[in-house]
Design a protein. Structure first.
Length: 550
């Protein structure tokens, strides 16, 4: 059977003459390639006009003979006074709107010129022909014009059998087959007659589009919320992961600083303060909470020996000793060391006493804002008692960071969490079960290779572990294949990043590989999985031991 392009059911072809030719042509031997309803751009001398599209009914290609363009016309046809006429109603011949001989010859030269242009070859090594097919006619009378040979006419008898049609083609090409030219025919098909193309977007393209859309959504929602709460001077903003709390906090700080206020923007996580908060912004002091306390203590001349105690009693030092000593120093602070507004991000990580201490750093009347998500508390057993602060609350309910699939995953991890999503594009969350750490590492490496091979930049990938690297399946690695593995947690690092869930808290990454998820682990609690998963903006991969279930 011949190769038909396109390969369709002949009964779907409306024109009866074309349907008849297609039905017989499809029975030709396998070396024949038959194209139906081929469209091409018209050429006018040296200039192609691609906006003018022509069509030829059939092109038949044979690797040892060449190609022929064929125009099919139904009914009885007469050539008279240099023009083709067709028999119409009442037995009268009328001139055809289009000259079929010109259509066939134009198509032949059009295909040849495209072959020369697109293949770079000046000569097509096989024969090129054009022909007319009149399936309703069985006889030929009169004299043919010089531009039309008898062997270039295909009549009804030629379509009665596949043998008759093939014999007509052989006659048309000079009565014999030449030497096969498979490479020329391949170029003719691939470059001209049957080119292939696809429209697509790489993962990198999709990520860039996602960023543009997310930024637009975030900006609109951020503006709306800040405008609605503009007159509130003391407020707690409560929202789940991805609701834009950090960006709202930063924008609030900028707005206040623009009005000449001295603003403190603080949080618990040192990485959040170092890598996300604005650096050296006029009017804004952006620093993590304990870094601020150390500044206060040093400005008050606290002895150096005090700072050495943290190596002996780490949690007690940060939770109690350092804040209590800073409290003693507050009376010695100058007015210009205090703030007109204080903004706490990731407020669920704070103790009540810490918040009270910060309030004492305010100048009167002072503005005070807390942004918090109680579901993200990872660092202490007792949550901050937000009800202890008699200030108004604003609930954030729209997820502005994660795709729809990630948002739905988060609601499986934390039952009762209800966040609406607005960023719909993005792949499904991928989960991988492993039995041994070696198997987990092999699975993660495979997925990283796949993503990078598809155009994803390594810097977009962050591996978040429940354990430090030396205690994880990535132990001893400083690179994956040729891509560096950066374990600083810096979201701006160019290589693949590796850090713990808790160190990356408050940060985000386009693609997150969450590893080391096991049941009954104190560092793989639902809150840990929730925090780690919610860091992923666009793609989330979860690698868990086989006995873990969400």
């Amino acid at each position: 059977m011949a190769r038909m392009i396109p390969d369709v059911n002949p009964m779907t072809i409306e024109n009866e003459g074309e349907r008849c030719f297609y039905t017989i042509a499809m029975q030709l031997p396998a070396e024949y390639i038959v194209l139906h309803s081929y469209k091409y751009g018209e050429e006018d001398g040296e200039d192609r006009q691609p906006d003018i599209i022509r069509e030829i009914d059939f092109i038949v290609v044979h690797p040892a003979m060449g190609f022929v363009t064929i125009e099919v016309k139904q009914g009885d046809v007469m050539y008279l006074d240099g023009a083709f006429h067709e028999l119409k109603d009442r037995g009268r011949y009328q001139p055809m709107k289009k000259d079929p001989l010109k259509q066939a010859s134009d198509a032949m030269y059009g295909v040849l010129h495209q072959y020369q242009e697109k293949s770079g070859e000046r000569v097509f090594p096989l024969k090129i022909k054009y022909a007319l097919c009149f399936p309703d006619s069985v006889r030929l009378g009169g004299n043919l014009p010089d531009a039309l040979k008898e062997e270039s006419l295909l009549l009804g008898p030629h379509l009665e059998s596949v043998e008759a049609l093939e014999e007509a083609f052989v006659a048309l090409f000079g009565g014999k087959r030449g030497r096969p030219e498979p490479e020329a025919c391949r170029l003719l098909l691939d470059k001209v007659l049957n080119p292939r193309f696809n429209v697509f977007a790489t993962w990198e393209d999709r990520l860039e589009a996602f960023h543009r859309n997310a930024e637009k959504v975030l900006t609109e929602e951020q503006g709306r919320i800040l405008e609605e709460t503009e007159y509130d001077k003391r407020k707690i903003f409560l929202g789940g992961a991805g609701t834009g709390k950090t960006f709202l906090a930063m924008e609030k700080a900028r707005m206040l600083a623009a009005h000449g206020k001295r603003v403190l923007l603080t949080c618990f996580n040192i990485n959040l303060a170092e890598y996300v908060f604005p650096r050296e912004a006029e009017g804004i002091r952006a620093v993590h909470f304990h870094g601020l306390l150390e500044e206060v203590l040093r400005s008050c001349g606290v002895e150096e020996s005090f700072f050495q105690r943290k190596t002996e009693e780490l949690q007690e030092y940060y939770d109690r000793l350092m804040p209590d000593r800073a409290l003693e120093c507050l009376d010695y602070l100058e007015v210009d060391q205090r703030f007109d507004a204080i903004i706490i991000d990731e407020g669920q990580d704070f103790l009540n006493d810490w918040v009270a201490l910060l309030e004492m750093l305010l100048r009167e009347p002072g503005e005070f804002y807390i942004f918090a998500d109680p579901d993200q508390n990872l660092f202490r057993r007792q949550l901050i008692d937000l009800d202890a602060f008699p200030i108004s609350r604003h609930k954030l309910t729209l997820n502005l960071r994660n795709t729809r699939s990630i948002n739905q995953w988060l609601q499986q991890v934390i039952p009762g969490l209800t966040l609406r999503h607005k960023l719909t594009q993005g792949p499904e969350v991928q989960t991988f079960a492993w039995k041994t750490p070696a198997e987990e590492l092999a699975l993660a490496k495979k997925e990283i290779r796949r993503l990078v091979s598809q155009g994803v930049k390594p810097r977009r990938i962050t591996v978040l572990s429940t354990h430090r690297k030396e205690n994880s399946s990535f132990s001893g690695l400083d690179r994956i294949e040729e891509w560096p593995l950066d374990d600083t947690g810096n979201p701006r690092a160019e290589g693949i990043k590796f850090t713990t869930i808790r160190k990356f808290k408050g940060l985000e990454s386009d693609i997150v590989f969450l590893i080391g998820v096991t049941p009954d682990s104190p560092v793989a609690s639902p809150a840990d999985v929730y925090v780690g998963s919610s860091r992923a903006r666009f793609m989330l991969y979860v690698f868990h031991r086989v006995d873990w279930v969400v």
